[in-house]
Write a protein of this length. Structure first.
Length: 263
């Protein structure tokens, strides 16, 4: 289960050789209280569509997305390591993995255990902001990594083998309603107690029990396409071949009075 996930030990080696672009996606306040040396601070909100009231929608212009990543030092041929705080920020590190995967980057890793594990192990922490060296990043879109509302409607009406996964909490799923037929498995259940990804066998058993199997197309959603992107990341790491994140998610779906709901 190496693809997409990197241990603190392996990451420390990459860092020592200056062999990766590092993105801290926790937010500015957390970043200034301490971060991994060389990391550039950024937020998933900086990559959303400014022309819609649906807050989680990805910016529709891939060139704009590529320019913003390039300004952070992201290039096509250099590994990217993303980290955050497990249990916080809706799994923003997964959102960055998904965005870069969608844009065609082939070597994006999420730091297992995030910044808390890095600090717990007594590894080096910096406090002054880093200045990323701008790089050229050319997008090569993976269209099947994203699904829009119309595509979700088609899945619900015409594709019974597609599993729609609600990655929100059980309370949200029950009290706010959910997409018809959606399976609820909270993004938080994928972590162990230390904020690391659960062992592969445990994850596969949990997913199998929920009917989320590799032979089916999986469409995760949440509130704004962030927790669902964490779900996308985990399933991608497990080798699931057909994954499509619904970035509009509940913010878009619930805003449509004609969209079907279940309670």
């Amino acid at each position: 289960m190496a693809s997409g996930l990197i241990s603190t030990e392996a990451f420390a080696d990459l860092l020592a050789h200056g062999a990766a672009t590092v993105l801290d996606v926790r937010g500015t306040a957390a970043y200034l209280k301490g971060h991994i040396p060389g990391a550039a601070a950024t937020r998933w909100q900086d990559f959303t569509d400014p022309d819609t009231r649906i807050k989680g929608m990805l910016h529709p212009d891939s060139r704009v997305l590529a320019e913003r990543f390039g300004a952070l030092g992201v290039s096509n041929d250099r590994p990217v390591v993303v980290y955050s705080e497990p249990f916080e920020n809706w799994g923003a590190e997964g959102r960055f993995f998904w965005m870069l995967h969608y844009l065609g980057h082939d070597d994006v890793r999420v730091l297992d255990g995030g910044f808390p594990m890095w600090r717990k192990q007594g590894r080096e922490v910096a406090f002054l902001p880093s200045r990323p060296r701008p790089a050229a990043f050319t997008p090569m879109i993976r269209v099947n990594a994203l699904i829009d509302k119309a595509g979700v409607v088609d899945c619900l009406n015409e594709s019974p083998e597609t599993v729609v996964v609600d990655a929100r909490s059980h309370d949200e799923y029950v009290k706010e309603g959910h997409l018809p037929g959606a399976v609820n498995l909270s993004w938080l259940t994928l972590y162990d107690e230390e904020g690391r990804l659960k062992p592969e066998a445990e994850l596969r058993a949990m997913l199998r029990a929920a009917g989320i199997t590799p032979d089916r197309e999986i469409v995760p959603y949440c509130t704004g396409g962030v927790r669902s992107a964490w779900f996308f990341f985990v399933l991608h790491t497990l080798g699931y071949p057909r994954l499509r994140n619904y970035d509009g998610s509940w913010w878009e779906w619930s805003a449509d009075p004609d969209a079907p709901l279940e309670f």
